[in-house]
Design a protein around this ligand. Structure first.
Ligand code: 5GP
Length: 178
């Protein structure tokens, strides 16, 4: 996309608030059913999944522990290819059901790394729920157990997703126009 000024971009709404709300309820119902009455540690990936995580936990009808993990992999609109943990969990996930909640699966590199790190900690189960899935951009295969919407290979913002830390507060998901 090249160099863009986050203050002067144009964007086009892709999924509005009502659509997101309906999809989050559907995901919560499916996750609740799959938990079969057991509890779950919901791990939101900072910062992009903070809003999705907050809505999703309210749609899961099971005992929930909420935690967050922070990692960095992007600068502007381009992946740097390297992933590092910037904030670790405060919960011991050994023997527990874990649901990793991510904003978007793009190349898959971030989740490949996070899923490996978390599985090494011995959870009872480890599932992945991503708000958005960009299958065309995948470079590393990832098993996405639940996803909200599939999108094409475009850069999106809003509902937690940023462009250089801006636009996370938008209540809808929008596509950045180049
Ligand atoms: P991956 O490692 O799968 O390439 O990238 C995952 C991370 O890149 C996401 O958690 C998100 O932070 C960022 N990312 C990938 N695609 C987009 C996008 O279209 N918009 C925004 N705002 N972030 C993205």
């Amino acid at each position: 996309m090249g160099s863009i000024n986050p203050e002067t971009i144009k964007y086009k709404p892709l999924h509005d608030e009502a659509e997101i709300k309906k999809r989050v309820q559907e995901l919560g119902a499916q996750i609740t059913e799959d938990l079969k009455g057991e509890g779950v540690v919901v791990v939101g990936v900072l910062k992009g999944a903070f809003m999705f995580t907050a809505d999703l936990v309210r749609a899961i009808k099971a005992p929930v522990i909420v935690d967050f993990i922070g990692c960095a992999s992007y600068s502007g609109t381009k992946s740097t290819g390297t992933v590092r943990i910037t904030h670790d969990l405060s919960t011991d996930i050994a023997g527990k059901n874990v649901l990793l909640v991510e904003d978007i699966v793009d190349t898959g590199r971030t989740l490949d790394y996070l899923l490996r790190i978390l599985s090494q900690r011995g959870p009872k189960s480890l599932r992945l729920c991503a708000l958005l899935n960009k299958p065309e951009a995948r470079e590393v295969p990832i098993n996405v157990d639940y996803h909200g919407f599939s999108i094409s290979n475009e850069f999106v913002i809003g509902y937690g997703l940023d462009l250089d830390q801006r636009y996370r507060e938008l209540p809808f998901i929008a596509q950045v126009q180049t």
